[in-house]
Design a protein around this ligand. Structure first.
Ligand SMILES: NC(=O)c1ccc[n+]([C@@H]2O[C@H](COP(=O)([O-])OP(=O)(O)OC[C@H]3O[C@@H](n4cnc5c(N)ncnc54)[C@H](OP(=O)(O)O)[C@@H]3O)[C@@H](O)[C@H]2O)c1
Length: 321
């Protein structure tokens, strides 16, 4: 049987790299699209055996090129997303207009499936431009192409993420950690391997559900996450609830940085729990289980942020005794 060709936009990101390995190991041929082949080629080409991966450089809004790429694929996966806006890199361009275009072309070319990554916990966050742009993107896709699957994950974590790794670096360096909204916002973190497995099963046709909220096995508050990170890196820090007015003022200053630690828009989003809305089925409802526990997975890479690094690993310490 001819292997299916899968076209992946945003393949060089955290989810993309894990998914790429999963797909190519299982005999799928992947075309990975990146904006900069010189910068991302090294990361991408080591993810698959020769013959399974083609890397294409593309300016995403080149309609003709995108149309040609979609023409040749059975399944298209969109993993492009941003956390803050810079110049023309707007939420609307990335989260609404691009999915709109992809779904129209998917319909025109009659491909088998379009899988799009949106986000959990955005339904009520009407004061966040990120959330609104993601919601608008979902609506465009649903309107344009009925063979699409929208995946809405909570925080996705792994050694390659921008969340646990950045916070462990910050916690190492700062004597105090500000808590926004007293750290009460709830999350259902899912490990990237569990999410990749779910996407893989969707590709294999295990479910035809159009919108799936993807969560891990636990619901944990922001404060609990920070405490778990501190325990993993073996540090004690003062956790200080930051009044909203002060939090917004500091976020405004951070926004000047090329890669802001937090923006006002992210602060608005953080007000809303990142847990299932009840509006859609979750992966668990559909028998797509995500079993990896936050503490256990964190222990596998968090030692890198402990003093002593790999020599502080529990099994190493046991051996020495
Ligand atoms: N990670 C999470 O916790 C999480 C949670 C909920 C939802 N999601 C969603 O899941 C998707 C994938 O997440 P991820 O964590 O893998 O993201 P990521 O690591 O930030 O990677 C996203 C990829 O998108 C591409 N990209 C970024 N800005 C772009 C732009 N302006 N134009 C075109 N391409 C651009 C980049 O690829 P190139 O540089 O190679 O072009 C990048 O590798 C996103 O839609 C995200 O919103 C993620």
């Amino acid at each position: 049987m001819k292997p299916k060709e899968i076209l992946v936009f945003g393949a060089s990101g955290q989810i993309g790299r894990h998914l790429l390995r999963k797909l190519t190991k299982n005999n799928y041929k992947v075309v990975a699209v990146t904006r900069n082949i010189h910068q991302k080629g090294y990361i991408l080409k080591t993810q698959a055996n020769p013959g399974y991966l083609e890397i294409v450089e593309l300016s995403y809004f080149n309609l003709e090129k995108i149309e040609n790429l979609i023409e040749g694929c059975s399944i298209c996966i969109n993993l492009i997303g941003i956390l803050f806006e810079k110049k023309k890199n707007t939420f609307k361009n990335i989260h609404t207009d691009f999915p709109d275009l992809l779904s129209k072309l998917s319909s025109k070319k009659k491909i088998e499936k379009l899988i799009h990554l949106s986000s959990l916990g955005i339904e009520n966050a009407l004061d966040s431009n990120y959330a609104l742009s993601k919601l608008n993107g979902e609506n465009k896709i649903k309107h344009n192409f009925d063979r699409s699957v929208i995946i809405k994950p909570s925080i996705v974590y792994s050694v390659d993420d921008n969340f646990t790794t950045n916070f462990m670096t910050l916690l190492n360096r700062l004597p105090v950690m500000p808590l926004y909204y007293e750290g009460k916002t709830k999350f259902a973190p899912i490990h990237v391997k569990d999410l990749s497995q779910i996407i893989f099963e969707i590709i294999q046709g295990k479910t035809n559900e159009q919108t799936i909220e993807c969560i891990g096995p636990e619901i944990i508050s922001f404060k609990e996450i920070i405490l778990k990170l501190l325990k993993t890196i073996d540090k004690k820090r003062f956790l200080i609830p930051l009044p909203l007015i002060l939090a917004k003022a500091t976020a405004k200053i951070f926004e000047i940085m090329p890669k802001p630690l937090i923006t006002v828009d992210q602060l608005n989003l953080l007000k809303y729990d990142n847990i299932p809305s009840g509006k859609y089925k979750t992966n668990f409802d559909l028998g797509l289980v995500a079993n990896r526990m936050f503490d256990e997975e964190l222990e596998k890479y968090g030692f890198n942020w402990r003093s002593g690094g790999q020599f502080s690993k529990k099994n190493f310490l046991k051996k020495k005794l």
